[in-house]
Design a protein around this ligand. Sequence first.
Ligand code: HEM
Ligand SMILES: [Cu+2]
Length: 755
Amino acid sequence: MMNRAVIEGSALAVLALSILTIWFRARYKARPASDGGYLTREELQFELGRLQDEALRWLTTTNHREIGILYIAFGTIAALWGGMDAMMLRTELLTPPADIWTPETYNALFTTHGLTMLIFFVLPVFFGIGNYFLPLLIGADDMAFPRVNAIGFWLLPPALLMARFGLIVQIGGQVLSIFLPDDQIMFFLSLREVSVGWTLYAPLSVVQPNPQIDLLLLGLHLSGIATTVGAINFIATVIYERADGVTWGNLDIFSWNMLVTSSIALFAFPLLGSALVMLLLDRNLGTTFFATEGGGPVLWQHLFWFWGHPEVYILFLPATGLMSLILPKFVGRKLFGYQFIVYSTLGLAVMSFGVWAHHMFTSGVDPRLKASFMAISIAIAVPSAIKVFNWLTTMWDGDIKLSAPFILCAGGIGTFIIGGVTGVFLAVIPIDILYHGTYYVVGHFHLIVVGIIPMLMIASSYYWYPILTGRWYDRRLAKFQSGLLIVGAFVTFMILLVIGGMGLPRRQAIYPPEYQLAQQMATVGSYVIGLSAVMWLYNMLVSYWRGDVVQSTDPWNLKATNQFTREWQWFEERMVEKYDMEPAQPETTRRSYAPELEPMGLLGGVGSVAQNVYRNASMAAVAGFIGTFLMTGGIGTAIVIGVLDPASFAEISELVGLGTSAIIGAALFLAGGTIIWPLLFLSFQEFLPGRRMFETGLVFATLVATGFSVAFYTDQQGLAFVGYLTFVFVAHWAYGLGLAVTFQFLRSRRTDMGA
Ligand code: HEM
Ligand SMILES: [Cu+2]
């Protein structure tokens, strides 16, 4: 067995040393800055006095941009630490027995990995990005409460140290044990990293004697205070510090998301704080909140997940905000459906508080309650899907610039779709009973927390690098790194979904040998993720000193598509002032930008949405009828010649409790199609530029036909199977084209009438 403290301690030390070496080497060989000057010999030399000044400045700064950098640096350090845990976990899983770490160490690793990443990595980085850019985006001078801002940040480092004190003490003990006998350093040998799982479930978290659990609870409590303080500051800033002309109707989507995330945090974190205190009291003062004979261990689960589920949206929303902000810049088109995105974000915030018990479907919650949690958990997919559709329609027909930020946006959408859809599966009670506690759950949430979340963090670091440093990052390395991250995430977590689906339980150091190959592949995938993270860091550090100097005040040529947003205007002003640069002139204005599709004002939008729905519903009804008529013919033929079993319709009527009648089932099916299909189709045709009816109709029909053929497959074999597929597809294509032609016709008539 390897000694965890020694290995993790040395690995982290090597990492820290390499970072410092890279930084100072790059600094020593710095290339000229924007003003053409090199660092002078004096500037390169270290002087104690200057170092002290610098340190004092960073320790006491209240400037939002500097605090932003501090947050990002802190979050990155946490990510490296938590990432080291992850690499150690995956390394253990290379072989079926627990032969690298003990099972106890393995348990400690996944506990600290989860907590470090979720609490100390994600939100601090987003708070950092928000600190730096949100005031610039809304035209504020600084955050609303600059000193509170600094306090909020400085609570975090002690919180992290407390949460991870177990490892620090262990490393200290290992070093001391070289010089001192064991009985003199008992303290160092008694604290261990917490190993009860990041969810800290009672009764284990109450009865385990390890005093480090108490320190962890205090550290988490402190981090909760830090988050609440930061959240209040963001809310106040967005509400009160907007410049003239920044209204609720044109506030950028990133700021909207930071506002909503902060509001969720404001409601969620105080509850976590109370729960942590209750656990501390149970552990130390003999209260019985979570004891079986008292409040009960399930009470902990309710309290924890009442915070825990909103927390996952707290982590996720800023990433969607960055996506909505960055993606349009790389496809040369405005974000589609601004108000839909705003409303869906608000909707998510409210709903995120109504789903917590989906983490407890196997914990003995009343079935009637469970059913309502299932319903809301499935429904929460709707606002999430709205975002995805809007991103896709934003890209549609766009003028795509294949640079690193775009690649990461695309990868983020992909991972989020799979992560989100698997979440919807898990929200269904019977499925969750099968998959709860397996790697499937791990795959589900990692596709989001190692998908869209870090991908958009990195995308924004590239996108804004010119503002942050006045230089370019190494663009080839960045593309390569982005690709690696996407491949690594897919390989690792898709495999986890598969082995979870096969029933392999999570959180075990030991597993049956038949899973070895899959586990090894997942481990290789995770090393690829680790490698790409290191490449990103290298790029950030080295380019700071050696990257190409930015020559234009509009490095992404955003003026050409009228997307030169406030943070870039601020940058331009600064470059003009500092380096006498000329404000950039757009070379060309791209055709694909369509001003009539600009977002309407938020409230103005409601009226026109209602109007649209009303106007289009009648179109949809006519189109739906014609489409259904055409499809009925196709499906009817299929039934007559015996390749489609009408019995499968009977199941529909059974599903809604109307007995097993094929006729009622078919009627329901057609009624559903008449209503839903055209509405789906409509939501697309409203958005698609160019309104290519036929193509859209065919794409839609093919998608739905694929779903249909899976859902209604009743064991046809051979020729019957081919016939079945043919008819399903022909029927849906008929439907799709019927709809398309009808829409086209109705639209042209409306235009003729001058509507
Ligand atoms: C479409 C929306 C989503 C739905 C319907 C959903 C549903 C679920 C369900 C039902 C579980 C419990 C599975 C089980 O333990 O048996 C779960 C677990 C989890 N989800 Fe999601 N999810 C969604 C989105 C997200 C997002 C956006 C994130 C992250 C930012 C996330 C993070 C997590 C985490 C961390 C867990 C596991 C907690 C644990 O047991 O350790 N989910 N999700
Ligand atoms: Cu949840």
